[in-house]
Design a protein around this ligand. Structure first.
Ligand SMILES: O=C(O)CCC(=O)C(=O)O
Length: 305
């Protein structure tokens, strides 16, 4: 059985290593993750939170854009089969969220690009498939189970997730935590699970979980073999809004799904009526080589502990 021990050691802040690729890589090899306090300006993160929250107020999930207060009656009434378990809201609300222009611009922030350029010692490719989580207390939702991103994203194992909340996020709102050092184990066999991704990594006695409260602007990043999971949220009346976005060296392969958006609509529909062009279709001129999808990585496996 995977461990569900929720004791957490605090994140090690790597802010003092910024600017040195060598030191960042050494820390990343050691811990498997990097965490930075206030890597992004709070105002830039809050602009995106406000735009998304306004969509969710209009759609009915939130009663208050500023505090993130959830309209429990509205949210709880969404039938489980219309609720996107990986996201926390219905597919129709999610499409409106995916159309938020500032959400697609933030991943190209100079602070993020500089970090990954140093880390990769290469030009950076930003996957256009950005995921917005809007986790509420809907009864069908489960905390994201412990998993590696690699079977879900594929392409190069040197694909890094940047995870950050769009508002201050204490533990009660269920932020992400990471299993320190788990990147050294290679691909870990999986079992079916509930919650985002629908898989969990079969863990043995690994329990070096690291996590804590985030402030808007803090960024957690890790490569696709690092095991991570959400802290179970106890606050059911406020939303946990976060972004997860992905970066890789441009010289390594990407799997084609990473070039689609994270709704079931086309890019043309997402971009309809946008005023800005600079982050539209940017990967079409400059995408890394494609690597094939491997279904076997998502087959349930066994692990002898
Ligand atoms: O935010 C979550 O609950 C899941 C995020 C995640 O699994 C990821 O960023 O890869």
């Amino acid at each position: 059985m995977p461990s569900h021990d929720t004791s957490l050691r605090p994140f090690r802040d790597s802010t003092d290593l910024l600017g040195s690729g060598e030191l960042l890589r050494r820390r990343a090899d050691e811990d498997g993750y990097l965490f930075f306090r206030q890597l992004l300006p709070r105002a830039d993160v809050e602009r995106v939170r406000r735009a998304i929250s306004e969509v969710l107020v209009t759609e009915g999930s939130l009663v208050d854009a500023e505090s993130g207060a959830v309209d429990r009656a509205h949210v709880d009434a969404i039938p489980a089969d219309l609720m996107r378990q990986d996201i926390g809201i219905s597919e129709s609300a999610y499409v409106a969220v995916q159309r938020v222009q500032d959400m697609h611009r933030l991943p190209h922030h100079p602070a993020l690009l500089a970090l990954y350029r140093d880390l990769f010692d290469d030009e950076v490719f930003v996957h256009p498939r950005h995921i917005v989580r809007a986790m509420t207390g809907h009864p069908a939702l489960r905390p994201t189970p412990a998993h590696q991103d690699f079977p879900l994203i594929q392409g190069t194992q040197n694909t890094w997730t940047a995870w950050f909340p769009l508002a201050d996020t204490p533990l009660e709102r269920g932020p992400l935590s990471v299993l320190r050092g788990s990147h050294r184990q290679g691909y870990i066999p999986i079992a079916p699970a509930e919650g985002a991704g629908l898989i969990e990594a079969i863990l043995c006695d690994e329990d070096d979980w690291v996590g804590g409260a985030f402030e808007a602007g803090d960024v957690l990043t890790f490569p696709s073999l690092l095991v991570h999971r959400a802290v179970p949220a106890s606050a059911r009346d406020t939303i946990r809004l976060s972004l997860d976005i992905r970066f890789q060296p441009v010289s390594e392969p990407v799997e084609e799904r990473s070039l689609s958006n994270h709704s079931d609509h086309s890019w043309e529909e997402i971009y309809e009526g946008w005023q800005v062009q600079d982050v539209q279709y940017y990967w079409r001129d400059d995408a890394p080589a494609l690597s094939p999808w491997n279904d076997e990585l998502l087959q349930p496996g066994r692990r002898i502990c």
